[in-house]
Design a protein around this ligand. Structure first.
Ligand code: ZN
Ligand code: ZN
Length: 259
């Protein structure tokens, strides 16, 4: 069994094909998926999916790339996450690649999510792009991670260096690899994946984006997470069943989900 730890199946291009998407998950032994919230207006749809399907879970959060969207307060995130199917806070984090200029609002929004995670004890889903130094700094300042009495989380769609991975792992975090790790050009990332212990790895699609090989360029979907698991098994020279079992166990442990 595989688990897609990060997808956006509420996005219209995927939501419109739900029966097909669920069938493809079953075909590829993808047993669960976490549908990740990106803003407050879309959150009701994310929650509705999690309520409709027992093996779909959800998070609540506002993505760092969404500039013109209602800003969440700590209290709001805490209140919205008060549902057994909401297992995480996010996605949150910093993105200095997609947006430039004065991004103090992005850092403030990130701090808000970490505070909500500490109150709710629900793990963080962190997006970081071209901003790893500030990301790790703010995680430490706000007490994200198990060391500081907070809860851990996942560095999703990881594309940073081994040093950043280690800093996050030291805070109790997991590292999630997407289809990017299967790309021929991703040699540096493959070297990182080789070093990260399997006990700290999650796998994801981030669908509808970033389809793994051999579907690169097509619309991605949770069933394709099996290709990410297969690739990591090949990279590490271990059986694919071991990757499937361990990454699924990691998911259940991190998000406190009883399968
Ligand atoms: Zn992301
Ligand atoms: Zn995402």
């Amino acid at each position: 069994m595989f688990i897609d730890s990060h997808c956006h199946i509420n996005f219209p291009e995927l939501a419109a094909r739900m029966p097909e998407i669920l069938a493809k998950m079953a075909d590829n032994k993808v047993t669960h998926a976490l549908c990740v919230s990106v803003d407050l207006p879309d959150f009701p749809q994310v929650l509705a999916l999690a309520h409709e399907y027992p093996h779909i879970y959800a998070s609540v959060g506002v993505h760092p790339d969404y500039e013109d969207t209602p800003e969440p307060s700590v209290e709001q995130l805490v209140e919205l996450s008060n549902d057994p199917k909401i297992i995480a806070i996010g996605e949150t984090g910093l993105d200095y690649f997609r947006l430039q200029g004065d991004l103090e609002w992005q850092r403030e929004r990130f701090r808000t999510h970490i505070k909500a995670s500490r109150i709710t004890r629900k793990p963080l889903i962190i997006h970081t792009r071209s901003a790893s130094e500030d990301t790790i700094r703010i995680m430490r300042e706000e007490g994200a991670g198990t060391e500081a009495g907070g809860v851990a989380g996942v560095m999703h769609c990881f594309t940073e260096s081994l040093e950043v991975a280690r800093a996050a792992i030291d805070l109790g975090f997991y590292i999630s690899f997407s289809g990017i790790v299967t790309f021929k050009s991703a040699k540096d990332l493959q070297a990182v994946a080789l070093e990260v212990p399997l006990e700290r790895i999650l796998i994801e699609t981030d669908s509808p984006y970033l389809a793994p090989m051999p579907h690169r360029g097509k619309m991605n979907e949770p069933g394709f997470v099996a290709h990410v698991g297969e690739y990591i098994a090949k990279l590490k020279g271990i059986p694919v069943e071991q990757v499937a079992e361990q990454t699924s166990a990691n998911f259940f442990k991190l998000f406190n989900v009883v399968a």
